[in-house]
Design a protein around this ligand. Structure first.
Ligand code: G6P
Length: 472
């Protein structure tokens, strides 16, 4: 029986060392939470890094065995590999470049060498798992070279690739000394998917500038092969989020928070710690709301959850300090004995508590500077069964292409953001319901299962076309 082998840098489960025992926890981030619901179907396997440095072969064997019981195959990485491939090339070169922060990017040949070597390591791990009829689905920017490596080893394999982050303009990509290799690496796939048409267009423009291949109707002729390129806006597991919000446990958490908050109105912000998310800008807008509309003082609180992420990378550590300082300053300036303007949490929450925060919130504030999709926006919508609540959404999140009934803002425009916060707080209930209902319908219909089915059937089609070309 043929299976799908999902490959990503991070597994949906991360292993943590606490004192002298190991614990297994759900990973953070859109990719892991998004795909976490589908990988166990039909005997599929997920290959990736478990987030732990193993101490010896016994521990490695133990972790491997535990993860295998859950359909995961670990790729263990060393501390040097994590420093140079993950913190280095992936998160200090590619991430800032692809999110339009080239001023944060570093260009280190040693990081590039580690990136090539770790992609090769993943290639060996996948080849050891994959049978000739299996479908290999590679995910995200940490593994851009992997499709071509797999193709070289298995010319007839079925390989899909999906990019979860933006693909930037050619003008940014061309700055990278390794731009050609990266784009050629992705072209090893039979099907390449993006969240939006804009990202796909940028990719095709880079392919044409760097490698000279021009697409016709989403098809690239690469030597003897045809590569399909298309857009697949990723969805969430709607029932999981709607169910969590309706659960008894979420209601109980909400009730206990309400005891503390009284009838305080709540704006909610949830992100991984990342400069691409516009967290500091959001805080400044909230402060400006309190200045321009003093009537909201004592009436509305911002609950801000920042999930720790990549804090070994300098820009992330600096951002953490900036956020700490801003929250401290704003709270110190405006708080009263009865009112805390910003409730700030620097940690992750289990799903039922997260769902209770979504329940509490009247306004969901999602204002990234750049974001591939942003699944938090869709999660907020999925939890609003009563159609009460307003989503404020950055025009530069992939989700804005679909969730056009949100209040769409430019996150750099502080005045617009402040005005949107006020507008959300005074929006009549019937307008909220009309907008929310339309968004909820969309998020429910195009959920992560629909997304996967669409990608997989398109990949099967791509392969079929390829095979009929081979036999012609
Ligand atoms: C984004 C990326 C994912 C990544 C996640 C968490 O969603 O697209 O590939 O896994 O962030 O980041 P981390 O570096 O902790 O894996």
């Amino acid at each position: 029986m043929s299976r799908t082998i999902i490959v990503s840098n991070r597994l949906p489960t991360k292993v943590l060392r606490t004192d002298d025992s190991l614990t297994f926890q759900a990973s953070e981030g859109g990719l892991a939470t998004g795909l976490g619901s589908i990988y166990q179907q039909a005997g599929n396997v997920w290959v990736g890094w478990p987030g732990l440095f193993v101490e010896d072969a016994t521990e490695e064997g133990y972790v491997r065995e535990q993860l295998r019981q859950d359909s995961m195959e670990p790729v263990f990485l060393t501390e040097d590999e994590i420093r140079d491939y993950y913190e280095g090339f992936s998160n200090s070169t590619l991430w800032p470049t692809f999110h339009y922060f080239p001023q944060y990017a570093t260009y280190e040949p040693a990081h590039w060498a580690a990136y090539v070597a770790v992609n090769e390591k993943f290639c060996q791990a996948v080849l050891a798992m994959a049978g000739p009829d299996d479908t290999i689905w590679v995910h995200d920017y940490q593994l851009l070279l992997l499709p071509a490596m797999l193709r070289a080893a298995r010319p007839r394999a079925t390989i899909g690739f999906f990019l979860h982050i933006p693909f930037p303009s050619y003008e940014l990509i061309r700055v990278l000394p390794w731009a050609r290799e990266l784009v050629a690496g992705v072209l090893g796939a039979d099907l390449i998917g993006f969240h939006t048409f804009g990202f796909m267009r940028h990719f095709l423009s880079s392919v044409s500038h760097l490698l000279g291949f021009t697409a016709h109707n989403g098809r690239l002729e690469v030597g003897q092969r045809t590569v399909l390129v298309d857009t697949f806006p990723m969805g969430i597991d709607y029932d999981r989020y709607a169910g969590a919000a309706a659960s008894e446990s979420a209601r109980q958490h909400e009730a206990s928070y309400r005891q503390v908050l009284g009838d305080m109105r709540v704006i909610l912000s949830i992100d991984r710690l990342d400069y691409s998310k516009g967290i500091a800008e959001r805080l400044r807008a909230f402060e400006q709301l309190l200045v321009r509309h003093p009537e909201w003082r004592g009436q509305v609180s911002l609950i801000m959850v920042v999930v720790p992420s990549r804090d070994q990378v300098a820009q992330y550590a600096a951002l953490k300090e900036e956020i700490d300082e801003l929250v401290g300053r704003i709270n110190a300036a405006y708080r009263t004995m009865r009112w805390t303007p910003i409730h700030y949490f620097y940690r992750s929450f289990p799903l039922d508590e997260l769902a209770s925060l979504y329940r509490l919130a009247e306004v969901g504030l999602v204002t990234p500077m750049r974001d591939g999709m942003n699944l938090v926006a869709k999660e907020f919508v999925a939890t609003k069964a009563n159609d009460h609540g307003v989503l404020i959404l950055s025009e530069r999140a992939g989700a804005a292409r679909e969730l056009s009934d949100a209040l769409i803002i430019n996150p750099t425009d502080l005045d617009q953001l402040t005005a949107a916060l006020h507008e959300a707080l005074v929006m009549p209930a019937d307008e909220q319901a009309r907008r929310m209902r339309a968004m909820r319908r969309l998020v429910r219909q195009y959920d992560v299962f629909a997304w996967t089915n669409l990608f997989m059937s398109r990949l099967a089609y791509a392969k079929q076309q390829q095979l009929s070309l081979d036999t012609d």
